[in-house]
Design a protein around this ligand. Sequence first.
Ligand code: VGL
Ligand code: ZN
Length: 209
Amino acid sequence: MTNCLILVDLQYDFMPGGALAVQEGDRVVPIANHIMENFSMIVSTQDWHPADHGSFASQHSGKKPGDLIDLHGLQQVLWPDHCVMNTEGAKFHKDLRIEKIQKVFPKGQEKTVDSYSGFFDNGKRKATGMHEYLKENGVKKIFVCGLALDFCVKFTAVDAKELGYDTYLIEDACRAVNLSPGDDKKAIEDMKALGIHCISSSDIEKYNV
Ligand code: VGL
Ligand code: ZN
């Protein structure tokens, strides 16, 4: 049995100064590097959008970031342009030990649908291949950390749990967007209610067995 660490979107646009900055997002990088020491299997997601992605407020006249729209049948929060493929903002933080990542799963390339989870787009229309990959490698237990807690981290953990993995969320190795105050706490409560274990990085060795 193999345990796997999933790093979610540790990219410049989610760091302070980035296009969709998450408060203290950069603090996660050294914590993630430290956690990585405990895993033989590590994968990562990478938010990777075309410049005209439908989740960008810039693509909808009269709309601004934070507005809600219907995007081809799904409710969509509009974001500032971020993580445009092959731009600086889409790169992983330079301090992240990327050489330890076995495989990167890009997501959000299809402009008609957003993709918060590392497993599927938000309409569950297409899979990224991550589930296949983890299955092939005999993974049963998944640990998730990264950015942002209340969007891509949560969606990734929820799908992992639904797909049958024993799922652990490493709370101190995440930071939230918090569009509304308290979204971080709500995300944790929602995940706990689904049976996702929410733990601290200092306890990894207890669970990573
Ligand atoms: C994310 C909003 C839009 C995330 C990605 O990584 O949490 N959030 N795209
Ligand atoms: Zn995005």
